[in-house]
Ligand binder design. Structure first.
Ligand SMILES: Nc1ncnc2c1ncn2[C@@H]1O[C@H](COP(=O)(O)OP(=O)(O)OP(=O)(O)O)[C@@H](O)[C@H]1O
Ligand SMILES: [Mg+2]
Length: 349
């Protein structure tokens, strides 16, 4: 198709990049956060501009059923993958699997890593030999008989394989078995997917960003998510509503106020988790610290949100002096390095 044809050959070191994404469409369903994980046109445009500013040609490719055909037409050198995929716990793995099938290189982790990391229970099991401290949990699927879990209340109930706090609201924390059943029933009706019931860690919250690859990883200093006011039965959670209205609820502090030992431990845990899961190029990891100072791993995002001025990952980079354009080209650069491709974006054009 004409729209995919390059008019002139690109200068040496600049690439024809396919930016693969799932766009928010404003679809209305019974829940407000149906498309929480998808990207807005502003984010897609910002990534495109950041890459184009270094001389690359950027083709926009939506991760829908036409993607295989469009990939053939676009003849890209590399994909910049931010696609969330379409449904199920394997959704984030769909596009990387397709790219591997076609032999097209791409930024970010492969399908195996994305599959495990999206599934919170599987990630915890995968990491258990490494003795990473993480809250105890039980998993429930629609249709299951809900037996009393051996967990200490309060317990938080969240979708086992979602992100962007989809399905996490003020009513996600339960104080008893009766409440747990009530919330599970409601969530199964609304979201129709397996739910994790996890011991709630009262305390501070942190997030850590990583850029690069094993042996050459830059770990951005931990950022604290400080709750200005409580939500949800007098608890503090970074729920979907809080993320949407972060100015009202949250103050970000980076670098976080931690002792050198605590910061070292969080950084070390982050590198261990990143490497154990075989993450590539970029990721963001969430932690809580209990009131007695123990650090608990909550979950990892190997496809961290990249919404400028909103997502935590660009915020973490910014605090380390890496602006948005450099961050996006840094992710690409990490991939090019890993793939043994020339990284000459800066010199091109
Ligand atoms: N076990 C827990 N104890 C305390 N708070 C928790 C726990 N699990 C989740 N939370 C709260 O809920 C928020 C969202 O949970 P989590 O990070 O697991 O979901 P997510 O949708 O994968 O997030 P992301 O937007 O980072 O992809 C956390 O940032 C935290 O505030
Ligand atoms: Mg999270």
């Amino acid at each position: 198709m004409e729209q995919f044809e390059l008019e002139d050959p690109l200068p040496d070191g600049a690439y024809n990049i396919g930016l693969i994404y799932n766009l928010k469409k404003g679809i209305r369903t019974k829940v407000i956060d149906e498309e929480a994980e998808y990207d807005s046109i502003d984010t897609i445009t910002a990534i495109k501009s950041a890459l184009a500013s270094k001389g690359h040609n950027v083709v926009l490719l939506e991760a829908d059923r036409a993607l295989p055909e469009n990939l053939k037409k676009a003849r890209i050198d590399i994909a910049f993958n931010i696609a969330e995929g379409i449904g199920g716990r394997c959704r984030e793995a769909q596009v990387p699997a397709m790219l591997d099938f076609f032999g097209i290189p791409y930024t970010g982790s492969d399908s195996a890593t994305l599959l495990i990391a999206l599934d919170k229970a599987m990630t915890k099991k995968f990491l258990s030999p490494l003795k990473i401290r993480t809250p105890r949990f039980a998993l429930f699927a629609p249709g299951d008989i809900i037996r009393k879990p051996r967990l200490q209340y309060p317990v938080i109930i969240k979708p086992n394989a979602e992100g962007s706090s989809k399905g996490i609201s003020d009513s996600s924390i339960v104080m008893s078995y009766d409440e747990l059943r009530e919330v599970l029933d409601r969530n199964f009706r609304l979201y129709g997917c397996p739910m994790m019931a996890e011991e709630y860690i009262e305390g501070r919250e942190f997030t850590v960003g990583l850029l690069g690859n094993k042996g050459d990883i830059r770990v951005f200093p931990p950022m604290e998510i400080i709750f200005k006011k409580k939500n949800g039965k007098n608890f503090s959670i970074y729920s979907y509503n809080v993320k949407q209205n972060y100015e009202e609820y949250i103050e970000y502090k980076c670098p976080a106020d931690l002792t050198p030992e605590q910061e070292k431990e969080m950084v070390r845990m982050s590198e261990t988790i990143f490497n154990a899961l075989g993450c590539r190029d970029s990721a963001r990891i969430d932690y809580r610290m209990s009131e007695d100072g123990k650090i608990y791993f909550l979950e990892i995002n190997p496809l961290p949100g990249l919404a400028p001025g909103y997502s935590d990952y660009p915020m973490l980079a910014e605090y380390s002096g890496i602006g948005y354009v450099d961050l996006i080209n840094g992710i690409l650069g990490a991939a090019l390095n890993r793939l043994g491709m020339k990284d000459r974006g800066d010199q091109a054009r």
